[in-house]
Ligand binder design. Sequence first.
Ligand code: 3BY
Ligand code: FES
Ligand code: FE
Length: 401
Amino acid sequence: MELGDISALLRTRPAGHSLPRAFYTGSAAFEFDLAAIFGTSWLFAGFEAEVRNPGDYISFMVGRWPVIIVHGRDGEVRAFHNSCRHRGSILCKPGQGSAARLVCPYHSWTYGLDGRLLAASRMPEDFQKSEHGLKPVHLERIAGAIFICLAETPPDISVMRRDLTPLLAPHNLGHAKLAFQSTLVEYANWKLVMENGRECYHCAAGHPELARTFPVHASAYFGFADDTSRNFEARMAALGMPMGPVGEDWWQAVRFPLNDGTVAMTTDGTFNVKKLMNDAGGGDTGSLRWAVEPNNFCHSTSEYTFAFTAIPVSPTETHVVSKWLVHEDAVEGVDYDIDTLTHLWTQTNLQDKEFAENNQLGVNSPGYTPGPYSPEAESLTLRFVDWYCARAADYLDRAAA
Ligand code: 3BY
Ligand code: FES
Ligand code: FE
């Protein structure tokens, strides 16, 4: 499929409907998504807590592009393409670590934490080390979260910086630690994983554990205009906690109340972590949901922040990376237990894997034609798909110009 075909196919999508099959199956659409969506957008990449000290790094894949985020000696946190300037080997495998320098495992070219090439043995006299530093990737930090953009010229992030910072600030991500991280392999196109992750139409029946505390019948901005919502708004105002909603087409954030009678987003509705990240109101402050297109959502409750990120791997394989952050002083085994902390979202993710994989199998059927989203129950999924189509159309227009 050529770009022209993608463009023609995009125009066949009836408004308010899911995408034509080729967007969920073929390698052409997958390559297109990497270039047009993942190559151009700000992407949620992790937390400062994961690279707290100079020398700390995290290495990960964005599609098939390896990226490394490194905390420099000068205190700066930088992102680089994880590709040696000699013959292109990755410098470190996906994962995290700490190093004084980045030494390529192939021929030992050695880079400083700021990306400068420091040493390359047996190269000619006139070899210019200064011209062979690691290639930078744009990076922004917002209230303890890290975003990267692989484009040469990234989109404007200033509105997100301005509007997300006050909502996230009470969660104290600057004093958080990564308690646990997992990767779940899902055999479904990344967009099916995200469409599922953006709606709760399936939650009441599909996520019994989550439904205990999560308002699964809520609409996009969790506003009910009922007593629970009004009381919550008044309590948050009294605590000086901004609620939103805030956002643009590519991100949203809003604080919302949990179900009546519950104070924590856990399997039983009570706290699982003794040391809170945000102890305003005794911790009874609902959840701050923040979500960034194309591939992320987070929930920041008073005791943890949970981050979900879907990484495209192939047309029909996606890796869901989950991270749980707790207060840096919370002691594992004393203040929290990993299995208890992670149970709710691990169960929810496994249930969602089944939904996304079933969806992929049915989309492959000749009986599949794009179907209508519920404007009420699937409004954020519709937003995601509309955003995707708009970004795709922009990219195609620029390519044609
Ligand atoms: O984006 C969210 O907040 C959630 C998490 C559970 C279901 N999904 C709509
Ligand atoms: Fe890195 Fe050769 S590829 S030193
Ligand atoms: Fe779900």
